[in-house]
Design a protein around this ligand. Structure first.
Ligand code: CAA
Length: 257
């Protein structure tokens, strides 16, 4: 498929999706969302084990497109917010693990996209933040909801009220980012991480993701019950990956899934 603002490359079992609008620091506008929707709903995502999302040039994504938003009516702004949420939910709801490789600025909507991914790896030189308050705005792509669920309300308020980019090290200390890399090695290190994850049971990975994401929306008692149910289901006869994983361990060999 031909995209205006995306590049996609497949390396063995890993897919690498690159936001490709470097002149505007990969800012998110309606065309970019259109490309992302097309990609995320395409078959490209079905035959990979892990998806990496990164940005071309010096930014991961510098946020929603401020120039495009200048002329928005309240209805336009509402629709844009809903579109962004829909696209980010497509990312969050993919059955495979998704890793953000944060090569540079991840600001506003850019950080919100990274928050929709399952894991974030960042360049030590990246700056991350939610600067919307400097524009008289608030995060509009679910950042006010995803960030507190990831790092707690206090840390989320700190970032949203401060409105300044923080260093990657600070983001790592707060738990926004799970791994830091030397600037030139971000993608390489993320691919290595993705390859390790790609070697695990796809079914187990899918379930881990489902339990965490759905569990966050439930109370802990119901979430625990959901986990027991899925754990029990893994012992049904048709659960070939569980059978293969356990057999491989007992036979002292690598599992083949
Ligand atoms: N939207 C549109 N264009 C953007 C942009 C954005 N979010 N961020 C950068 N650009 C454009 C700049 O206007 C500039 O374009 P021109 O060359 O045509 O002037 C180009 O990208 C390069 O940017 P800079 O010259 O500013 O680069 P820099 O290295 O000096 O600064 C930066 C980098 C600190 C990231 C700075 O560009 C910046 O502060 N960007 C805006 C960040 C921001 O406020 N993001 C939040 C957006 S609102 C949002 O995201 C709301 C939401 O949740 C829905």
């Amino acid at each position: 498929m031909k995209y205006n603002y995306l590049k996609f490359e497949k390396r063995d079992r890993i897919g690498i999706l690159t936001l490709d609008r470097p002149k505007a620091l990969n800012a998110l506008n309606e065309e970019v969302f259109k490309d992302l929707t097309c990609f995320l709903e395409s078959e490209n995502v079905n035959d990979i084990r892990v998806l990496i999302i990164t940005g071309e040039g010096k930014a991961f994504i510098a946020g929603a497109d401020i120039k495009a938003m200048q002329e928005y009516s309240p209805q336009n702004a509402y629709d844009f917010s809903e579109t962004g949420k829909r696209v980010f939910d497509l990312i969050a709801n993919l059955e495979i693990p998704v890793i953000a490789a944060i090569n540079g600025f991840a600001l506003g909507g850019g950080l919100e996209l990274a928050l929709a991914c399952d894991i974030r790896v960042a360049s030590e030189k990246a700056r991350l933040g939610l600067p919307e308050v400097n524009l008289g705005l608030i995060p509009g792509f679910n950042g006010t909801q995803r960030l507190p669920r990831l790092v707690g309300a206090g840390n989320a308020m700190y970032l949203m009220m401060l409105g300044e980019g923080i260093t990657a090290q600070e983001a790592y200390n707060l738990g926004v980012v799970q791994k830091l890399s030397e600037p030139d090695l971000v993608l390489e290190d993320t691919i290595k991480l993705a390859e390790k994850i790609a070697g695990k049971s796809p079914n187990a990975l899918r379930l881990v993701k489902e339990m965490v994401r759905e569990g966050l929306e439930l109370n802990s008692k119901d979430a625990g019950k959901m986990e027991s149910k899925e754990f029990g289901r893994l012992f049904k006869e048709d659960q070939k990956e569980r059978e293969e994983g356990v057999n491989a361990f007992l036979e002292k060999r690598q599992p083949n899934w």
